[in-house]
Design a protein around this ligand. Structure first.
Ligand SMILES: CC(C)(COP(=O)(O)OP(=O)(O)OC[C@H]1O[C@@H](n2cnc3c(N)ncnc32)[C@H](O)[C@@H]1OP(=O)(O)O)[C@@H](O)C(=O)NCCC(=O)NCCS
Length: 150
């Protein structure tokens, strides 16, 4: 899909992005309070928030995927790390290189902003995503813990 453009999200993308976001939550068998979704969307456009998003736009203008990321300090580097938070490609457009393009977009941001690292995690059983990740990144061997449970 060489005609797919990756570009920063715009406020006017809200309706289309919400549809993709819903699909992403369904994939994770999760729900989120609408207030969380609203807050996340508004943070993409708030310059004081280190929360960002880009979308994949097909030649006909339809949004077919998105990626989000946050930047943060690290005790192991002078410049920020980029945590790639969410990645989603509409099911009917998968396996066309769009996921790779979205990740590479974040790498581009990392280069432009002199970030020390782009990193992310995925579920152990998400083999489909890992088929892509092993081609664009390296597995670092860390295991993620969290608290509280939910
Ligand atoms: C993971 C996801 C974003 C990938 O998007 P995509 O657009 O299908 O990915 P791409 O087409 O860019 O990448 C597919 C890569 O995986 C490889 N791949 C896919 N299926 C494969 C298979 N069965 N065997 C070997 N390689 C395979 C392809 O060869 C391709 O590599 P290439 O770019 O070198 O050709 C998409 O499947 C998705 O949205 N999944 C649901 C949500 C999700 O899992 N998000 C990630 C959470 S961590």
């Amino acid at each position: 899909m060489s005609d797919v453009k990756i570009r920063p999200i715009k406020e006017s993308d809200k309706e289309s992005w919400l549809k993709l976001w819903e699909g992403y939550l369904v994939f994770y068998e999760s729900t989120l309070d609408d207030k969380v979704t609203e807050t996340t969307f508004s943070r993409f456009f708030d310059e004081s928030e280190p929360v960002y998003a880009a979308v994949a736009e097909a030649a006909d203008g339809k949004l077919i995927g998105f990626v989000t990321w946050v930047t943060h300090r690290s005790t192991w580097a002078i410049t920020d790390y980029i945590y790639l938070h969410d990645l989603f490609v509409a099911p009917e457009t998968r396996l066309n290189g769009v996921g790779r393009k979205l990740i590479e977009h974040v790498y581009g941001v990392g280069k432009e902003t002199d970030a020390s690292r782009v990193y992310w995690h995925t579920q152990v059983h998400n083999h489909r995503a890992q088929l892509l990740y092993t081609k664009v990144g390296m597995r670092d061997g860390f295991v993620v813990y969290r608290w509280p449970e939910s």
